[in-house]
Design a protein around this ligand. Structure first.
Ligand code: MLC
Ligand code: AMP
Length: 514
């Protein structure tokens, strides 16, 4: 259920009584207390208030991971504005689109990017541009320090916007998923109970904080439990394992698990103090699930979610008798719909499918977003007439009630937990001189799970070089979107309708990184 409360107030209420206890300890040895989080976010909130912006103004943030960036997120919630986090890998063409589309009143960027980001932002009508480095530098902190460390969070309705997360579309431009205070808080409360968060829990936070997984699932989980976070600016498998003797919870995308499995220090002894390992954002291979169990004795809990919905399903934390006493964490499944989430599988004609049959996964619940920012038609297309959100994931509910994801109806590659939309990359390649057409496909990769491979057809007689195509993409796009391989071919396989048969290309190139 959703409550009319500012998300920050709900998180603040869970802070421990001893505000001088350590809330966050970083990999560079810094320690921040709960009082530090409260006071610094109050100062930043007061800075935002001093700008006299309309309620619900967007605060777009593209900065390296730091505790101060968390404070800025909390400050934005407190002040009743809308947090818009951006992947640090995005380059100017990508950032330009987000700024023009979201029209943020405030933009916060890394000091090293101030020149180009501020040019874009002021052109788009942004009121203020601040900088924030990952070493406690930048104009945001310089300005915030002059403001009071007392701030009363703005009163909120459950439906008031808290964040906008951009997610690329299979066609056209990225869409901003609008998430409310109620969406985020209700999901965090459900996960707190479902995953058995308990006193004394300590979370290893190793993910970026510009996506649902690191920003909401991991951060809210710890804050709502008053739990200390061990904070990595960038994922370091050796350090994560070393920290496990004094932590209890770890959350990661599958790549983080495979990278830790490659470390000889990952043993039963090293993980003895740990209570829970959670994986999500991309499919966890059954080999990884099994290897982890063999090496550590722990069974990874896999869950499933999206930017538009936060968390939807989860394997059980503890076996209970809701499903005939049979509950356990099962590899290659994403578990059961979370309490409050209604999930169904439908065929293309809009009929509900029985257990065991594969179709489109649809969901409804207090966690599901209200729509895409300023895109009412796109929003309408993605919801059914009875209010279910069409996830674009294809799967089934098995005979025991576990949800299994078997594919996607959206043309999407998930690489190391980041989404790459082939349509966007193909659009760039097709604009290059000498290119007739192209296809981007996802193939298995031992580290990233899946990576993009570009298959390009030249115009007659055009001398195309794969390296030149990749270099040209690198100049404009975020690094994780760059295909890991490029092939020049004479034509693309098509079906009788003229549609490119990506499945045949995938079969042809699937061994590329095996
Ligand atoms: C980095 N590279 C990637 C990549 N990450 N390529 C493809 N896919 C990725 N995910 C590129 C780098 O630019 C570099 O290229 C080369 O690959 C090697 O980089 P690296 O140093 O090995 O990568 P690293 O910086 O260590 O990053 C890997 C990673 C990171 C796995 C730690 O990708 C990561 O943090 N992923 C987590 C993403 C995440 O949080 N997803 C949650 C989404 S929320 P070059 O050419 O520059 O050398 C969501 C909802 C839900 O999906 O359910 O949770
Ligand atoms: P994003 O748009 O970044 O939020 O990515 C959401 C997508 O990630 C979902 O629609 C799924 O396709 C995928 N995803 C998330 N968790 C899992 C999981 N455990 N298994 C398979 N796919 C997942």
């Amino acid at each position: 259920m959703q409550q009319d409360i500012n998300l920050y107030s709900a998180l603040r209420a869970a802070f421990p009584a001893d505000l001088d206890a350590v809330a966050i300890e970083t990999d560079s040895g810094l320690r921040y207390s709960w009082r530090d989080l409260d006071r610094a976010s109050a100062m930043m909130a007061n800075l935002l208030v001093s700008l006299d912006l309309p309620a619900g103004s967007r605060v777009a943030v593209q900065v390296d991971k730091s505790v101060e960036a968390v404070m800025l997120y909390l400050a934005t919630l407190r002040a009743g504005h809308v947090f818009l986090p951006l992947n640090t890998a995005y380059q100017s063409a990508e950032v330009s689109y987000f700024i023009e589309n979201a029209e943020p009143a405030v933009v916060v960027c890394s000091p090293k990017h101030f020149a180009w980001v501020s040019t874009l932002a002021f052109k788009a009508g942004t009121h203020s541009v601040f900088t924030l480095g990952d070493d406690r530098t930048g104009s945001l902190l310089d300005r915030a320090v002059h403001h009071s460390d007392q701030h009363q969070p703005v009163a909120c309705k459950a439906g008031d916007l808290a964040a906008i997360l951009y997610t690329s579309g299979t066609t056209g431009r990225s869409k901003g998923a609008m998430l409310s205070h109620g969406n985020l808080l209700s999901n965090a409360q459900v996960l707190k109970a479902y995953w058995g968060w308990q006193q004394g829990d300590v979370l290893i936070h190793a993910l970026p904080i510009f996506h649902v997984h690191g920003l909401f699932v991991a951060l809210h989980g710890a804050l709502l439990n008053g739990s200390t976070l061990l904070w990595q600016g960038k994922f370091d498998p050796k350090l994560a394992i070393a920290w496990m003797s004094r932590a209890t919870v770890f959350m990661g995308v599958p790549t983080l698990y495979t990278r830790m499995l490659a470390e000889p220090t990952l043993t039963r002894e090293a993980t003895r103090a740990m209570r829970l390992f959670i994986s999500g954002s991309a499919p966890l291979l059954i080999e990884t699930f099994n290897d982890w169990k063999t090496r550590t004795g722990h069974t990874i809990l896999e869950r499933y979610g999206m930017s538009e919905t936060v968390m939807l399903t989860s394997n059980p934390y503890r076996a209970d008798d809701r499903h005939g006493g049979q509950d356990e964490r099962r590899g290659a499944t994403v578990g059961f719909p979370l309490p409050g989430v209604s999930l169904r599988v439908q065929d293309d004609a809009g009929h509900d499918l029985p257990r065991g049959e594969v179709g489109g996964i649809q969901v409804k619940g207090p966690n599901v977003f209200s729509g895409y920012w300023r895109m009412p038609e796109k929003t309408a297309e993605e919801f059914t007439s009875d209010g279910y959100f069409k996830t674009g994931d294809v799967g089934l509910v098995d005979e025991r009630g576990y949800v299994r994801i078997v594919g996607r109806s959206k043309d999407l590659i998930i690489s190391g937990g980041y989404n790459v939309y082939p349509a966007e990359i193909e659009g760039y390649i097709n604009e290059m001189p000498g290119v007739a057409e192209s296809a981007l496909i996802g193939v298995p990769h031992p580290d990233f799970g899946e990576v993009g491979v570009a298959v390009v057809v030249p115009k007659p007689g055009a001398p195309l070089q794969p390296e030149a195509i990749l270099a040209s993409l690198k100049a404009s796009l975020a690094n994780f979107k760059i295909p890991k391989q490029c092939h020049i071919v004479s034509d693309l396989p098509r079906n009788t309708m003229g549609k490119v048969q990506k499945n045949l290309l995938r079969d042809q190139y699937r061994g590329e990184f095996a």
